[in-house]
Design a protein around this ligand. Structure first.
Ligand code: G3H
Length: 249
């Protein structure tokens, strides 16, 4: 049985004052039936992890370098995130793939580094609007999965997040049938590669304009094990009903 995961990605938002949102979240959901995760900007991870210690809320990073150490100005290693208190890290988010030209191979190397540092790698995949309109969605997702998911992936160390790029921060959401089609496809691809038991343990998150108003219907979709939420994770008052919907799913 896969444990559901409500994950929030603050992206480049939030200063120390925003940490009060974590306290509010813990207060509303002291013992959720799903896992709760917030990925704040890197400078806040240590403080955030100290604040949530002993609670049901976990803290993650938004990216890591593939190497353990070295001359990589501005980058952060997976081990550094873990030492700061992170338990998860997002890799291959479309904003990283686009802003930093990250390839599937680089995303795969980052996921391997995360797993080696005992972090759960949340590997993002997703098609652009042009790719969807061109009927290439499953082909694109299949190639991203093949290139970005490392051989050692298991349900314990890897989560896959499906985020259609055109749905991120736009208020546009695929139909439930479209979400189901991609999530079922991802499950099938993982099953073909890793076998049913191993693939069946990997959680699949949907991301892209998840809000309190649409969370429940998305969580009822086949093979949706939770969400990776951007904008609506910044405020506890928005993220909390999403957690509640997942708890109830
Ligand atoms: O990582 C989160 C996603 O990019 C979704 O962002 P959004 O919920 O603001 O659309």
């Amino acid at each position: 049985m896969r444990r559901k995961l409500a994950a929030g990605n603050w992206k480049m938002n939030g200063t120390g004052a925003a940490l009060s949102e974590l306290s509010a979240l813990i207060a509303v959901h002291p013992h959720p039936s799903c896992e709760m995760l917030i990925c704040p900007p890197a400078p806040l991870i240590h403080r955030a992890a100290a604040l949530v210690q002993g609670s049901a809320l976990a803290i993650g990073g938004q990216d890591c370098h593939a190497n353990e150490t070295g001359a990589h100005t501005g980058d952060v290693s997976a081990a550094m995130l873990a030492e700061a208190g992170a338990t998860h890290v997002i890799v291959g988010h479309s904003e990283r793939r686009e802003d930093h030209g990250e390839s599937d191979a680089q995303v795969c190397a980052k996921a391997q580094a995360a797993i080696a540092a005992d972090l759960v790698a949340i590997i993002c995949v997703g098609e652009s609007l042009a790719q969807r309109e061109g009927g290439q969605t499953l082909q694109v997702i299949g190639a991203q999965l093949a290139g970005s998911v490392p051989e050692q992936a298991t349900g314990a160390n890897t989560v896959i997040a499906y985020e259609p790029i055109w749905a991120i921060g736009t208020g546009k959401v695929p139909t439930l049938a479209e979400i189901a089609e991609v999530h079922d496809f991802i499950r099938a691809e993982l099953t073909a590669r890793f076998g049913a038991e191993r693939a069946g343990a990997v959680r699949l998150l949907y991301g892209g304009s998840v809000k309190p108003s649409n969370a429940a219907e998305i969580f009822a979709v086949s093979n949706v094990d939770g969400a990776l939420v951007g904008g609506a994770s910044l405020k506890a008052t928005d993220f909390s009903p999403i957690v509640a919907a997942l708890n109830a799913a």
